[in-house]
Design a binder for this molecule. Structure first.
Ligand code: GTP
Ligand code: MG
Length: 239
């Protein structure tokens, strides 16, 4: 199952979105640049589809061979124009097409929610080993969780998207995580945007969330162990 968060815009929708922005945030793009930007977003969309199709194929193969679906569901999204501009501002980069192309690697994003931790490592490894795509960057917050308790495996892939002009290697950020990691990250994300809470309450909730992250990790290890014992799926030796 793939949940769509949003998809590429037509040139006219893009022009409308840009003209809706505040004067100070509005990039000074002429019509050719807007068209180029829309084309660029369509390339990112193509890359996102390619990655999710590859993952779907792997999931189906696992089902056929091992009677087990490693992927519970996927989510995919293209970054909105507003958050793209916000990110360029935060990184002190000019709002231009080369800035996006050279510095922003999560314009196309796929989140892969797996049933077990072994599934995270096997699915990501089978994808990373495919000969037509490149691994640009790996951040393993499962082996090295963030201070706040956040866990996920982030991989940035470069995928060839074949356009009339030839192949364009395009980055896609893939976040692999288990259901428990996703459940935790959703609440932590909500808390992060709750800026109206008093500091003491925020600190208390953050501490509780850290405890929850540890408890969920223990539960996952135990459930993984039962699943390993009863399933015929290949086991990841190093996870
Ligand atoms: P930015 O994209 O600029 O943040 O830098 P980055 O791509 O180097 O960051 P990183 O790979 O660490 O994280 C990218 C994404 O992972 C974020 O946009 C979130 O979706 C997710 N993420 C990272 N850290 C956290 C966290 O502490 N809590 C939650 N809920 N999500 C996180
Ligand atoms: Mg990011």
């Amino acid at each position: 199952m793939i949940l769509e968060r949003n998809s590429a815009m037509s040139a006219s929708e893009m022009k409308q979105r840009l003209s809706d922005l505040d004067e100070k945030d509005r990039p000074k793009l002429d019509i050719d640049e807007i068209t180029e930007f829309v084309n660029l977003m369509q390339t990112y969309e193509g890359a996102m589809y390619e990655i999710s199709t590859k993952l779907d194929v792997l999931d189906t193969e696992f089902q056929v061979r091992f009677s087990h679906n490693p992927i519970h569901h996927m989510e995919r999204r293209l970054k909105s124009v507003d958050s793209l501009i916000g990110k360029l501002h935060r990184k002190n980069l000019p709002v231009t097409i080369p800035s996006v192309r050279d510095h922003i690697f999560d314009v196309a994003g796929v989140r892969v929610i797996c049933n077990y931790r072994d599934d995270v490592y096997s699915v990501s490894r089978y994808l990373s080993d495919q000969s037509d795509i490149q691994v640009l960057r790996v951040k393993d917050y499962i082996r090295n969780p963030k201070m706040n308790g956040y866990r996920s495996l982030h991989v940035i892939y470069a995928v060839p998207v074949f356009l009339t002009s030839g192949p364009h290697y395009t980055p896609v950020e893939v976040q692999f995580r288990t259901i428990a990691m996703d459940y935790w990250a959703s609440l932590e994300h909500q808390l992060r945007y709750k800026s109206d809470l008093p500091d003491a309450r925020l600190a208390e909730h953050s501490q509780t969330l850290l405890d929850c992250a540890r408890s969920l990790q223990n539960i996952e290890v135990q459930m993984q162990s039962i699943h390993r014992d009863i399933s015929g799926s290949p086991q990841e030796q190093d996870s």
